[in-house]
Write a protein that binds this ligand. Structure first.
Ligand SMILES: [Zn+2]
Length: 429
């Protein structure tokens, strides 16, 4: 355990090049920092970090602290050589759902094909049925447990999509639950409207009808209620076409939403290039991303969100073109894609491991993907994702020997402390 000392004495000290603030709430001493500043691990051995209010105030080496500095701080955390990293940014989840898809998993393990499972009522639509039937209270209770689990494993910023309602009432209910989660938990939560996740059963044979519902009814209502900041679409043969996606993006951007896209997961639908034209925050999955799609993403500074959990669970073979993304300097973010079917994954460290072993990311790339580039994917990199003065004090003390431990070990999330916006997180799980 860290030693925590409390004192109220605060004295002024001379201003230096990297000035120490006069008011310090928390001082982390004797830590090793992987600050993720400037798109690198940016390690500081023998480091220290101070927090004032909700922000990181100073980052540097222990030796640069005045000798009596601890006495100026409300709380001193002696990290005893542990590692301090920015909190994880999980920038792609479908965290609010009801029902279980584990029986489907069991069927798949026994060799039943995906289409046969869908014919028996499985897949996304089975989650839609269960979610429509669940009360708001039940959904909030289920989702709260999931948020707590993610936070206990070092996530401090989270994106949550709707998309298991597929009717006006349930989509609004899901986004209301996301709003309740944001009020209940100290994590920063970004709500995304994903009405275009799948064609609901009542519109089978009438995709134009559902498209019209999304564009003319759902989007204006979601905008009027202020319950989402971005709009996502699942652009794929079995979901929404490129032309459908264009129409939804036109309507969404006209209302002032940022857009993002589930793009090129099972085929090259040319979604990434379209999303880039709409200055999308991110294109996500990207296993079948073409060179021209990647160039469009680079040109319009779209972040690539890689989701190795879904690749793993679906036993896919085609990997995203990581070397092309590197060559074009497209930021690569990582996320759990937490959902009950294709990526029931609650651990960002497991995602780091998968990104390294399945997609060939380096440990540094993976750690950046889970922090600074995750923040980029949400348009939050000015305030989140790295340990730099002026940014939100969202950080995790890890009981590890090296940052690469977070990529190497699985089934082990050795979180020692979590701080969000300058306050320590205590989770009653
Ligand atoms: Zn997804």
């Amino acid at each position: 355990m860290e030693q925590i000392r409390k004192t109220t004495e605060i004295k002024a000290e001379p201003v230096m090049e990297n000035p120490l603030p006069e008011t310090i709430d928390t001082l982390f001493t004797r830590c090793r920092l992987a600050a993720m500043a400037g798109g690198r691990l940016s390690v500081i051995e023998n480091g220290a970090l101070t927090v004032s209010g909700e922000k990181i105030a100073w980052v540097g080496e222990n030796k640069d602290l005045p000798r009596d500095f601890g006495s100026r701080c409300e709380t001193v955390v002696d990290c005893r050589n542990r590692w301090l990293l920015p909190g994880f940014v999980d920038c792609h989840t479908h965290l609010v759902w009801a029902g279980s898809r584990s029986p489907e998993f069991e069927m798949r393990v026994r060799g039943v094909g995906y289409e046969d499972i869908a014919k028996q009522g499985g897949g996304i639509l089975s989650t839609v049925r269960a979610t429509r039937a669940a009360s708001r209270e039940t959904l909030l209770d289920l989702a709260s447990k999931r948020v707590k689990t993610l936070a206990s494993k070092g996530v401090t910023t989270l994106e949550i999509k709707s998309g298991y309602g597929l009717d006006l009432e349930t989509e609004l209910k899901l986004l209301d639950v996301v709003g309740d989660l944001a009020k209940t938990f100290p994590l920063h939560i970004e709500p995304t409207f994903l009405g275009a996740h799948a064609l609901p059963p009542e519109f089978r044979g009438d995709p134009e009808g559902y498209l019209s519902l999304i564009i003319n009814v759902m989007l204006p209502k979601v905008k009027a209620q202020g319950i989402a900041t971005a709009v996502d679409v699942f652009c794929e043969r079995m979901a929404f076409s490129l032309e459908d996606t264009r129409k939804i993006f036109e309507a969404a951007t006209a209302l002032g939403f940022r857009v993002k896209l589930h793009a090129e997961q099972f085929s090259d639908s040319h979604g990434a290039a379209l999303a880039a034209l709409f200055k999308a925050l991110s294109c996500d999955h990207l296993e079948y991303l073409s060179p021209s799609g990647a160039e469009a993403m680079a040109k319009h500074k779209v972040t690539a969100v890689l989701l190795p959990g879904a690749f793993y669970y679906l036993k896919e073979k085609q990997k995203p073109p990581v070397q092309t993304l590197r060559d074009l300097k497209i930021p690569m973010a990582l996320a759990t894609d937490l959902n009950p079917g294709s990526s029931p994954v609650f651990s960002m460290t497991l995602i780091l491991n998968m990104a390294c072993l399945l997609f060939g990311l380096t440990c540094e790339e993976a750690l950046l993907g889970a922090t600074l580039n995750g923040a980029k994917a949400l348009g939050l990199d000015r305030t989140k994702g790295s340990l730099e003065p002026g940014k939100d004090a969202d950080l995790v003390v890890w009981d590890i020997d090296d940052p690469a431990d977070l990529c190497c070990f699985t089934g082990h999330d050795p979180v020692a402390r979590v701080m969000i916006k300058g306050r320590f997180l205590y989770l009653d799980i």
